[in-house]
Design a protein around this ligand. Sequence first.
Ligand SMILES: [Zn+2]
Length: 174
Amino acid sequence: MSDSFLVAQIVLSYGTVAKRRANFTKGIQATVLFACKRRCAFCFGLDGDASSKDGQLAHIDRDNSNNSESNAAWLCFKHHNDYDGQPSQGKRLTKGELLRHRKALFVYLKQVQPWTDTHLRTMDRKRKGKTSLEVYNARIPIYKTTVEFLRTVAKDLRPTIQDSLKFARESAHP
Ligand SMILES: [Zn+2]
């Protein structure tokens, strides 16, 4: 085998690997990063840790050539390593787990944004002219709950899931 043939082989195979590893497009990265707010699906699902993490976008099906949005999940370095690696003992983290934890994380993130309906409320009020006293009184406990929740968030920047669920429960529409 000549040297030049060998070099050609190496260049060719490197090209194939580079092509296969082409990553998620910038648009897909932005969409997914915004949706998960850099929360790791396994930190959230396994450890109840919903704080943002340094990490990477993982390929859920472990196929680096499948760069569709539905195949992307933000994982911290540790969990990305665990997910893609092959443990010598014990059960490897599964795709089914990741899909379910990611879904639960998205549901959770929707719940903890306190002012999602502010815009709708304003529109509603404009249409009806004013808010009735009855509705206003019913909203006071919601405002109190919200202020309490925001204090918790501001204090340690890491509300527990219990805090968030309590907030979601108590701030449900009257
Ligand atoms: Zn993690």
